[in-house]
Design a protein around this ligand. Structure first.
Ligand SMILES: O=C(O)c1ccccc1NCC(=O)[C@H](O)[C@H](O)COP(=O)(O)O
Length: 219
């Protein structure tokens, strides 16, 4: 199972967490977040897939940051419509052509806030224009709320788009996660996303706890 560590902020901490070799590292590019990433490309690890997290940003801003930070994936964490995703998909193709990489596709993740119930069928319009969904817990903030939703709701997820499972996931959840990953609920689960449950302060991850978590999940 792949793992994404989101909300990285400080260069030394980025280096320490990169050594644990998660599959993805996420950088919050929304200024109102306490995890807002102000750094440059030099602070980012070459070896991992880099995800830029945006909240209702303009197409121009997303493209500019994707180029400047050499992002591999773009995560949309606001109320971006399928039409917006479609325009972004086309705009990213121009960036892809300028890169000299074998797999230059810049992927799009659409984050979805899940509440007590969720009409997953309503996501059908995104199917052809995003690569992944990220199912997060609906809360007062666009992301990083720190608590989980009822994963049983995924029983009614019948779309083909793979998803990241997110929302308050921490060390306390490893057994529950292992059971989830063996169940039909996880048939489309591509990765587990973690954030605030591993922090000593917003943006600063506890690398020892993350190391334990990654080892337990990769067993
Ligand atoms: O983490 C933030 O501060 C944040 C702010 C605005 C939009 C998205 C944000 N985080 C995106 C993520 O992918 C988080 O990992 C996800 O929301 C889960 O966070 P948590 O509940 O703390 O595990």
């Amino acid at each position: 199972m792949k793992i994404k560590v989101c909300g990285m902020k400080y260069p030394e901490n980025i280096t320490a967490v990169a050594r644990l070799q998660p599959d993805y590292m996420g950088f919050i590019l929304w200024e109102k977040s306490p995890r807002y990433f102000r750094g440059s490309r030099a602070a980012l690890p070459e070896s991992l897939e880099k995800v830029g997290v945006f909240v209702d940003a303009s197409l121009e801003e997303i493209i500019e940051k994707t180029e400047a930070l050499s992002l591999d994936l773009v995560q949309l964490h606001g109320s971006e419509s399928p039409e917006f995703c479609s325009r972004l998909l086309e705009a990213l193709k121009i960036v892809e052509r300028q890169r000299h990489k074998v797999d230059a596709k810049i992927k799009i993740i659409k984050a979805i806030g899940v509440g007590k119930a969720f009409p997953f069928e309503d996501l059908r319009g995104y199917e052809d224009v995003v690569d992944y969904f990220l199912f997060d817990t609906k809360g007062p903030l666009p992301g990083g709320n720190g608590y989980s939703f009822n994963w049983e709701l995924l029983n009614s997820y019948t779309l083909k788009t793979p998803f990241f499972l997110s929302g308050g996931i921490g060390l306390k959840d490893t057994e529950k996660l292992k059971a989830f990953l063996k169940s039909p609920l996880a048939s489309q689960c591509h990765a587990i996303d973690v954030n605030s449950a591993f922090e000593s302060e917003p943006g600063e991850k506890k690398s020892k706890e993350l190391d334990t978590f990654i080892k337990q999940l990769k067993l």
